[in-house]
Design a protein around this ligand. Structure first.
Ligand SMILES: *Cc1c(COP(=O)(O)O)cnc(C)c1O
Length: 423
């Protein structure tokens, strides 16, 4: 299904008509261009669009607060006290986890630190952390600061994976070679599930296997994978994972994030943790005793009571993910992104080049278009014509046709505009 030949607009329209997920687009607010037409929104990898159902849910919380005050913790339509629990079942399906392995809390980088407190336990001999070179800056800052916190110099303690000369992305065999070479000194392997810059999807299952073989802990930052690719965290035996929900999971700017702790690490007294009252076993939490009794689930890592306004939009979005199903979304995504790649391939221009892997098993929906000589004017030109994508320094335009609300026609129009701006 990835051999496209037809570059006509009719083909795009036809493909939209037969798309079984086409109705989900209507569940979202699409930003408008200044002339009133729909923007082509290819930025769901950075900030997902607002589901129409969000407003009513937010209004309900405001109303309950207005009418009930503190009583809303128990008597709101969706009681605030167990609010985080409303996400567990559906979120577990999105990331391939058991319900007790996931929790919504805090923000991504905060969760990354909390997970490293528990799962980066260096010794004098085994202390190194492996990340991908060109990782998202926040991840790099987080691991550097963890190394320093434990008394190690990041210069020695951090191993950054680099592509081969002349290549843009990493080969699994090369990742394996690095892990085996430093087998005795690596404490933690922590990669992005999908690299934010190149769009490369890593073989998380294989990397976890190798990481465990050499005696390391393996965690993933799923900021660009959650809601984009059907990860199977439990079955892959990943130790921990963190992600945000405002990208592919459409829960609004800076909203609540998520974390996964594998079942084998739950209820383990020898795993340290930074603790707070919301991690306390809930039947006795309000006895307010001074001794901490941890929850038997990933909820043990929670610190504080639920930030309801930051969580409410996620209810609307997870409803849609649950109805559409990650497997169906991935099936559409494979076709949609290949279609965009096909159209882009028809453009005769040496100014652009796609650096995302051609193999669709090694990518989610995003394509990263590298622009020759870091010429940002191309990005500015397509933006003026009604496209929202993003520019990532030094030289990449990222475009993400997301299967939940983007259409084949979006891909077609995008390509026409890009072609026009290149000629
Ligand atoms: C988006 C993103 C972040 C953002 O971190 P916040 O704590 O949510 O601000 C971090 N890491 C990666 C890999 C990202 O893609």
């Amino acid at each position: 299904m990835t051999n496209f030949v037809d570059i006509s607009m009719e083909f795009a329209l036809q493909a939209d008509q037969t798309d079984p997920l086409r109705s989900y687009r209507d569940q979202f607010h699409l930003p408008k261009h200044s002339d009133g037409s729909d923007i082509i929104y290819f930025c769901g990898n950075s900030l997902g669009l607002q589901p129409k159902a969000v407003e009513a849910i937010m209004m309900q919380e405001l109303e309950d607060w207005k009418k009930l005050g503190v009583e809303g913790h128990f008597h709101a339509k969706r009681p605030w006290m167990p609010y985080h629990e409303f996400f567990t079942e559906k979120l577990a399906k999105v990331v391939g986890a058991l319900p007790e392995e996931v929790v919504v809390m805090n923000t991504l980088t905060a969760n990354l630190h909390l997970m490293m407190v528990s799962f980066y336990r260096p010794t004098a001999q085994r202390y190194k952390i492996v990340i991908e070179g060109g990782s998202f800056p926040s991840d790099k800052y987080a691991v550097d600061s963890q190394l320093r916190y434990h008394g190690f110099n990041p210069e020695q303690g951090l191993i950054q994976l680099r592509p081969r000369m002349g290549e843009d992305t990493l080969r699994t065999e090369d990742i394996e070679a690095v892990l085996r070479k430093h087998a005795d000194s690596i404490a933690l392997v922590m990669l992005g599930g999908v690299n934010y810059y190149t769009g490369q999807l890593f073989d998380m299952k294989r990397i976890t296997e190798i990481g465990h073989e050499i005696g390391a802990t393996v965690g993933f930052d799923l900021a660009h994978a959650a809601g984009n690719f059907p990860v199977q965290l439990h079955d892959w035996d990943v130790d921990f994972a963190v992600w945000c929900h405002y990208k592919y999971l459409n829960s609004g700017p800076g909203s609540i994030a998520g974390a996964f702790v594998h079942k084998k690490h739950l209820n383990q007294k020898n795993i340290p943790r930074f603790e707070g009252w919301w991690g306390h076993e809930k039947t006795t939490r309000f006895k307010m005793q001074s001794q901490f009794i941890p929850s038997a689930t990933a909820e043990a890592w929670q610190l504080s009571n639920a930030p309801v306004f930051s969580m409410a939009p996620l209810l609307a979005s997870l409803e849609l993910f649950d109805a559409a199903g990650m497997v169906n979304l991935r099936a559409k995504s494979l076709i949609l992104t290949s279609y965009l790649e096909f159209l882009l391939g028809q453009i005769q221009s040496s100014r652009i080049r796609i650096i995302t892997p051609k193999d669709s098993e090694q990518r989610g929906c995003q394509l990263s278009i590298q622009v020759k000589n870091s010429d940002k004017s191309l990005f500015n030109a397509i933006t003026e014509k009604g496209i929202i994508a993003d520019w990532r320094e030094p030289d990449v335009i990222r475009v993400a046709p997301v299967p939940l609300y983007n259409s084949f026609l979006d891909c077609w129009k995008f390509t026409e505009i890009l072609k026009g701006c290149l000629s």
